[in-house]
Ligand binder design. Sequence first.
Ligand code: KIV
Length: 277
Amino acid sequence: MNDRKGTGQPADTRKVTTAGLRRMKERGEPIAALTAYDHTMAVLLDEAGLDVLLVGDSVAMVVQGRQTTVSVTMEQMLYHAGLVAAGAERALVVGDLPFMSYQVNADEALKNAGRMVKEAGVEAVKVEGGEHVCATVKRIVDVGIPVMGHLGLTPQSIHKFGTYQVRATEPQEAEQVRRDARALQDAGVFALVLEKIPASLAAEVAASLSIPVIGIGAGSSCDGQILVTHDMLGLYTRFRPRFVRRYAQIGEEMVGAFRHYVADVKGRRFPSAAESY
Ligand code: KIV
């Protein structure tokens, strides 16, 4: 059996499916998910054994340099999702439906979910929100497109919240999260992202649902974890929530490499004879 590069673990090359994720929950195997926005990164993430690659609308912040996720368009998401889908062989690729691509009505939502699958080649889509998006979720699921839900801190509603602070700390909002989670499961979502809510609430929701619950800033009792790849690599440093663990300082390494290159060019040390024709 192949060795998964650098880990000493055997590589599991079987394609990840939505049913496979549910089986992982059933046998207590944590789901590892990260975001991806381009082909090169998708190939590397896939090789590393990620189970799910989310083409997140966080692309607006970490790639496009915007302050929030709300500006990213359907065309831009299709472009990034297509790059990722072409690079991932094993991981399940989920495309975020951007703000206002599914909120106007279920027909438009269905059309945009279909474009994600047909044009970009993703295997599932993600929407934010609870009870109010359930009719739309059902409509999309009914035609055979798997949908992932997203509750807690839902960045597309940042202008309603006003801050990126932890959500559902008050009993009323916690109860709404419980209700929304059940409603989404009943509407047919195959998995649920819980973002930045108390760990105890996330644990309770994960235990109460049969679908996998993937946490980001939601404690260790979820069925899986997701982070924004640019955050965990130290590539995006504008702000750092406490749930982000930095696994590398790639940004610093890149600046070091760029400085080295500048110095070599200025000092006429690049290119060498061996690098010339
Ligand atoms: O867009 C995104 O990256 C996300 C994750 C934070 C879950 O929705």
